[in-house]
Structure formats: C-alpha cells, structure tokens
Design a protein around this ligand. Structure first.
Ligand SMILES: Nc1ncnc2c1ncn2[C@@H]1O[C@H](COP(=O)(O)OP(=O)(O)O)[C@@H](O)[C@H]1O
Ligand SMILES: [Mg+2]
Length: 251
C-alpha cells in the first residue's frame, strides 16, 4: 500500500507545553483514518501541522514521499491536502449553489478570468450541483448561505472542500455543535464520500459509533503522544486506551 501522508517524530512545543509529541504515523492512499483523544490531546494541533497552519518544532511530514514540512498551506492544498476552514470565501449573501460554483471555478484556476464563456459557466454550475447532491444539500441550492441551519452550513463547507478536489480530506469534528437530529445526515455524507473511493480521509471525532463504522484505522492521542494506532477492533480492546480514554467518554 502506498503511503499518502506520513509523519516522523512530529513535535510542536508552545512555550513549555508539548502539544504534539513525537508522533509517527502513516496513512495509506484511499484509507480512512480517525483520530480520537480527550479535549486538549493535540488533535487539532496535529491537523494544523499537516495542513501547514503551524510549523513543527521537530520532525517531518511527507506527502507521496515528498518532504512538505516547510511548505505553506496554499502549496499544500495544491499538493492535495484539503481542510475545510481553508475555505475563507463562504459568501453569506450568495446562494448555496453560487458558493460551490465559485469553489469549483477557483479549483479550475479561472477565478480572475474576466470573460466567462457561457458553456464554461454552465459546466461549473453542473459540477457544483454534483457536489451539492453528494452532500445532500441540492434541495437548498437556491437558499442564501446565511439562511442555512448549522448542520446545513457544515454540509456546504464539505461541498466546497470537495470542490477543491484534493485527495486528502482533513475533517475536524464535523458534527461539533450539531443537534442530535443533524448528526445522521453528516454521517451519511461522510459515508458517501468514502464510498466514492477516490479520497483519503482523516477524521477527528468523539462519536465512537461513527468512528467504528467508518475507519480502517484509528489513532489515539493523549497529552500529545500517540497512545495507540491500529484497527478499530484493536483500539477498542487496547487496555491502555480503555483506562486512559474510552472508559471516560464512550458515548
Ligand atoms: N497556537 C497555540 N498556542 C499555544 N497553545 C496552543 C495552541 N494551539 C493549541 N495549543 C494547546 O495545545 C494543546 C492541544 O490543543 P488542541 O490541539 O486544540 O487539542 P484537541 O483538538 O485535541 O482538543 C492544548 O493544551 C492547547 O491549549
Ligand atoms: Mg480540537
């Protein structure tokens, strides 16, 4: 199996506090990996290191075997690393479809083109509609982004992330702040993306049933350290993980 992304001894220290501590992992192409661990374990910081928002104190990151440790976030997106909050241009006063169309155009690299060929415009819109269908938001295509419910906004963000067409998707607690009724729809959306089969996904989540349902492998972070890394079954029966973490938060 070809590794898509790898970290070697990845470490970051803020002041005296080591938030991510010598983490070495490999995520093979087209696989689904989840990250679990208590609040403050370093999960989001680990994503910030992968996406380039933060620079490590020590260690390296490789993408398709290439050292990307010092690449800017923009260059990493171009390499194929996508993270939803990198999309800063959600326009609240544009419709859902217009927002995704702009993401499609931006991916196609024609953001600054002055003359839009009608056919091209139509193609962008068609593509945008495909992404909206995949995330089950096509029924809201004509709503203003600002009028969406919380769960629908997360779907829009995911559609815009998909439109970047990066091979790697970093999803940081996509169900955070959602009402219980909204959670199954997000789970369904992530399943659909997985079933498309052309992406590698790393998901940070607290919902263990979701993790077990989706993951090929699970890594556990605890105080910045990699406590365990294995199949969902291995993680569930790992005694260190059980006493340190699962005992407390299994939902
Ligand atoms: N930019 C930063 N500066 C200083 N400390 C930070 C920064 N980002 C995160 N931390 C600290 O790193 C630790 C891990 O945080 P975080 O990665 O957000 O945890 P998690 O996502 O697992 O809840 C926390 O103690 C947090 O306060
Ligand atoms: Mg976090």
């Amino acid at each position: 199996m070809t590794a898509l992304i790898e970290t070697k001894d990845l470490t970051i220290t803020f002041g005296g506090h080591t938030a991510v501590d010598s983490v070495t992992i490999t995520v093979p192409e087209k696989k689904f990996k989840s990250i679990i661990g208590p609040n403050g374990a370093g999960k989001t910081t680990f994503f910030n290191l992968l996406s380039g928002q933060l620079s490590p104190t020590k260690g390296s990151i490789y993408y398709r075997g290439k050292d990307i440790t010092r690449l800017s976030p923009t260059k990493r997106t171009r390499e194929g690393i996508g993270r939803s909050f990198q999309i800063t241009n959600v326009f609240p006063n544009l419709t859902v479809l217009e927002n995704v169309r702009l993401a499609v155009q931006s991916q196609a690299g024609v953001r600054y083109q002055m003359l839009f060929h009608y056919k091209k415009y139509h193609d962008f819109e068609e593509k945008a509609l495909e992404w909206l269908k995949l995330v089950l938001l096509d029924d809201k295509k004509d709503s203003l982004a600002s009028n969406l419910a919380h769960g629908e906004k997360r779907k829009l963000e995911i559609a815009m992330l998909l439109a970047l067409e990066t091979e790697l998707l970093l999803l940081d607690e996509p169900t955070a702040g959602m009402s219980l009724e909204e959670v199954p729809a997000i789970l369904e959306v992530i399943k659909r993306i997985k079933e498309q089969g052309n992406r590698t996904i790393i998901l940070i989540e607290h919902k263990m049933d979701m993790i077990l349902d989706l993951s090929d492998s699970v890594m556990v972070l605890f105080n910045g350290r990699l406590l365990a890394d294995g199949t969902p079954e291995e993680i569930m029966k790992n005694e260190t993980v059980q006493s340190a973490y699962l005992g407390g938060v299994y939902e």
